[in-house]
Design a protein around this ligand. Structure first.
Ligand SMILES: NC(=O)c1ccc[n+]([C@@H]2O[C@H](COP(=O)([O-])OP(=O)(O)OC[C@H]3O[C@@H](n4cnc5c(N)ncnc54)[C@H](OP(=O)(O)O)[C@@H]3O)[C@@H](O)[C@H]2O)c1
Length: 256
């Protein structure tokens, strides 16, 4: 399928093998579609397979919060693709609490596992092959919410902030091997997970209610807005770009 108005359908990723975590819906599914359209072979993952997994992608069930889940994905990638040139660590999500001080220990740990350590573990399994081939690209999906540190999401934003810091360091380490590492930080994007999280936040007594103003560009993000940024970063058009964080948020947040 070719999509007008972007670079999908150009075949610019022909011959590339990609893994995208959390591709069963939302931003991950849009990234999978963009990569397939650009000619890549794609393996995607989630905890369960749904009808919204994009057609044409291989799929494996795995929970990215555990080392065993990361190993399952790495083994499936080897079996389905024979190696990985592009890795998009996208699976993630947030659960709001009324105050940061009521967030229990296990939620802090869960957010670290889901939004930070999942990427560290999967990168550790899939970047050695990139290093050996002296070529590869990693994109971490963080959040523009890191710029606000909103207390109901402090466990989430702190985990994503760690991801961003780690991403910069990994980029420095892998640059001499020709492997690029970047972050994309979405703002409010219309996805099943994003909508559910914002509804839960609005229902908290100290939540924003319905009084959320639109970003300066006048609308919330679409999954394809984020997928286009990821497609650019994994393409050779970004071949001199590493260790950076691209915020895609309709102009909502001031630079951090
Ligand atoms: N939407 C937004 O407004 C927004 C804003 C900023 C940042 N982000 C970031 O963008 C990324 C994608 O978010 P989204 O809005 O597209 O979320 P989504 O609609 O909830 O989709 C999340 C995807 O990740 C998978 N996933 C969740 N937990 C997982 C786990 N433990 N193990 C394996 N897979 C898991 C989900 O499948 P299963 O549940 O079946 O496992 C699903 O495929 C996340 O990292 C999120 O933090 C989103």
């Amino acid at each position: 399928m070719t999509t007008a108005g972007n670079d999908a359908g150009t075949g610019e990723l022909a011959g590339k093998r990609a893994v995208v975590t959390g591709g069963s819906r939302g931003i991950g599914a849009a990234v999978v579609r963009r990569l397939l359209d650009a000619g890549a072979e794609v393996l995607t993952t989630a905890r369960s397979k749904t009808s919204t997994v994009p057609e044409g992608a291989a799929f494996v069930e795995a929970d990215v919060r555990t080392r065993a889940g990361a190993e399952t994905i790495a083994e499936a990638a080897q079996a389905a693709l024979g190696g990985v040139d592009i890795l998009v660590d996208n699976a993630g999500g947030a659960r709001p609490f009324p105050h940061a001080w009521v967030i229990p220990d296990e939620e802090w740990q869960d957010q670290l596992d889901l939004n930070y350590l999942a990427a560290v573990r999967l990168d550790s399994l899939l970047t050695p092959g990139m290093r050996e081939r002296r070529s590869g690209v990693v994109v971490h999906v963080s959040s523009a919410a890191v710029l606000t540190s909103a207390p109901p999401f402090l466990h989430y934003t702190a985990a994503k902030a760690a991801l961003e810091n780690y991403s910069r360091g990994l980029a420095l380490e892998l640059a001499p091997f020709g492997v690029r590492v970047n972050t994309v930080s979405p703002g409010r994007t219309a996805t099943p997970g994003g909508e559910a999280t914002r509804e839960e936040w609005a229902s908290l007594s100290e939540g924003p209610g319905q009084d959320i103003t639109a970003p300066p560009l006048g609308r919330e993000g679409r999954p394809d807005d984020i997928a286009d940024a990821v497609l650019f970063l994994v393409s050779d058009r970004a071949s001199w770009l590493t260790g950076r964080n691209l915020t895609v948020d309709g102009g909502e947040f001031p630079a951090g």
